[in-house]
Design a binder for this molecule. Sequence first.
Ligand code: ADP
Ligand code: MG
Length: 276
Amino acid sequence: MAEDPDVVAEVSEKGGVGKTSLTTGLIAVAAEYGLRVAGVDLDPRATLTDELGVSNPKKSVNDIYFVDPEKRPRDPAEIAREALTRAGKHWPSNAWVLPAVRKFGNRETDGTTGMEFRLKRALWGLRDLVDVVFIDAPPRPGGKIVGSALIASTKVLMPSTLTKDGYLGVREAMGTIEHYTVPGGLNDSLTIAGIVRSIVPTGKKYTKVQKLWNGRLQERFGSLVLPSILHDYAVREACRTGSMPITAAPGREAKLLVSGYREILNHTLPDLKEKL
Ligand SMILES: Nc1ncnc2c1ncn2[C@@H]1O[C@H](COP(=O)(O)OP(=O)(O)O)[C@@H](O)[C@H]1O
Ligand SMILES: [Mg+2]
């Protein structure tokens, strides 16, 4: 019997800390293993969607969350199957996305009953189509959309830059996550896979301030800080610009990032290859 997909959320309550980059990197390496992978874009800026080479999708996460009060609500599981879109031409054919659109930004303030549970049900609808799901969460402190991601996930990864924002983004996200994972909470089987230090400068560009925030992260979160570090390499931006997976990019820096993403994936989902 097929197992349910693993669902990994990339969460921080700050923007610009590497959430989308980590999500695309993990999708690229999981797809390279030959697994059926889906990215879920919960950020109305649609950066993940764009990087996965999808534009103007017919159906999006907005259709999964939106309930028209005039009509009978549709099952999110069914909508998810319609919204699942194959990633663009540079991506392997086993990479998919539940795309975001700008108007998804309106959902955060909706009064729709049970909206926080719709993503979990949506992903249940994809259980025979995908092996692993990565959710790119928006940087909204304690919002309903982040809540829906925490309810739908099995694991959380928290990227952090070595900056005050990086640190605060993780600290605040930890606080939010605890509300869900307390015994009897809305998702008490959710586990934190770790904190990923991201966009970390090398050589002389690694400053005292960066060192300070690295120390603070380690002091406060201890072994939750994963050993793999994602360095600041220009090839990352080239991938974003070209809507291309890092696994297809040439050069040493791309290789280093790919090995970082692989280590993080293997740590987060050690049994993943058994799904092949
Ligand atoms: N390892 C990296 N090296 C260089 N630039 C990076 C790296 N990771 C992310 N970036 C860049 O930093 C910016 C913020 O990253 P992003 O993943 O979009 O963060 P978030 O999703 O948290 O807002 C983007 O322009 C992205 O391309
Ligand atoms: Mg992002």
